[in-house]
Design a protein around this ligand. Structure first.
Ligand SMILES: *Cc1c(COP(=O)(O)O)cnc(C)c1O
Length: 384
């Protein structure tokens, strides 16, 4: 008797095809494995697609955010404003720089940082704001830009937003710099990996040096040409955050498919919304009226007052029929480290706390069949 595997629909699943496998094999055969021509080509193409002058590949979005903050001169005594509802890395990098994270509450409908709440948090120490384009939906960048004084930098946490558009401008081109993630749970993947984008020459140059131990080639040496071996100078305290050429090749192959991935997910997201909005206690994610949602995740909100069971109970029931779900993300101010070190109460950010308790991501990715989507919809409808 053949054993039929029980159905299991993952929350996310990367698409790795023959193009990706061949691209990585070519790098292995070339003998050049670390940052080299494939990373350079990946950076060039990523910059073109996201409408920026510079793209600097790094080992993750987290290290990219760290380098970008450092390149902006953020350090001890500075304050950085960020949303209370985000992945913990957004806050961790601020602390790693020696600066103080200052949380702002989020908009309950878009899950993104509330510009009006940013205003309340600005002090004379505020040096930067980090809007997060959560789940692939861009933050209200025009409003944020308008309310901030010029000396406060804007760093977009665009981890979930490869290919997302705000009005007619790409994510990553909207602030002083932006950083993307290529973790397998994101839209395109290089295993681990990240990309800093910026139109600012100085941030680009500094970030490029910081990822490579702080090494720079001086102007004088550059002019001497390529014949002699160029000795770098080390005038900055750097890190090693270089992406490998294996990842660069993988990223290039993935980038070719980004638009198709987003289009496919957008169709499915539309269908989910159409089918599931009949469930009164389940709120669908917001779509931008002008712009493109990149749909890194499809995050619903379960109304605790009218739902037949709690969010966590619902997640367990879905798991039992092979449907993986996740809470949207964390209210970072409620995580042990932040709550204790900064003395923050859960109710200090009531909307982030509510999102933490009641949001649920349901499966949406490019490896799901029509039948899989049908199964999710039918299961949820049967519960209502
Ligand atoms: C995934 C994610 C990160 C971290 O990305 P890594 O590449 O895993 O370091 C940061 N911020 C947000 C909002 C994320 O979703």
């Amino acid at each position: 008797m053949p054993v039929t595997k029980p159905r299991q629909i993952q929350i996310a699943s990367p698409v790795i095809g023959q193009d990706e496998i061949q691209a990585v094999c070519e790098v292995l055969e070339s003998g050049w494995l670390t940052q080299g021509p494939r990373v350079a080509a990946f950076e060039k193409k990523f910059a073109e697609i996201h409408g920026v002058k510079h793209a600097i590949a790094v080992t993750s979005c987290t290290t990219g955010l760290h380098l970008a903050l450092t390149a902006m001169g953020i350090g001890l005594g500075d304050e950085v404003i960020l949303p209370a509802f985000t992945w913990v890395a957004t806050a961790n990098v601020v602390v790693q720089c020696g600066a103080t994270p200052v949380f702002a509450d989020v908009d309950p409908v878009t899950y993104n940082i509330d510009p009006q709440d940013i205003l309340k948090r600005i002090t004379t120490h505020t040096k930067a704001v980090m809007p997060v384009h959560l789940f692939g939906l861009c933050s209200e960048m025009d409003v944020i830009q308008d309310i901030l004084p010029d000396h406060i930098k804007i760093l977009e946490d665009a981890a979930c937003a490869s290919g997302a558009m705000y009005k007619d401008r790409p994510a990553g081109s909207l602030g002083d710099a932006g950083v993307f993630s290529f973790h397998p749970r994101k839209s395109i993947t290089t295993g681990e990996g990240g990309m800093i984008t910026t139109n600012d020459d100085q941030i680009a140059e500094l970030a490029g040096m910081l990822r490579n131990h702080g090494a720079s080639i001086s102007e004088e040496q550059r002019h001497r040409g390529s014949k002699s071996y160029l000795l770098p100078e080390f005038n900055h305290l750097g890190f090693n955050c270089r992406m490998t050429d294996l990842q660069g090749a993988l990223g290039l192959a993935q980038l070719d498919q980004l638009q198709r991935f987003i289009k496919e997910r957008d169709l499915r997201a539309n269908w989910y919304t159409q089918e599931l909005s009949t469930i009164p206690w389940l709120r669908m994610p917001e779509r931008p009226c002008d712009g493109t949602h990149a749909w890194q995740a499809f995050v619903t909100y379960i109304d605790p007052d009218t739902a037949p069971m709690s969010r966590n109970h619902l997640m367990e029931q879905l798991q039992e029929v092979g449907i993986s779900t996740r809470p949207g993300t964390h209210a970072v101010h409620m995580l042990g480290y932040y709550a204790q070190r900064f003395g923050i109460k859960p109710t200090d950010y009531p909307r982030a706390m509510d999102c933490d308790h009641n949001t649920m991501a349901i499966p949406l990715h490019n490896q799901m069949s029509k039948d899989d989507y049908q199964h999710v919809v039918e299961t949820l409808k049967a519960m209502s």
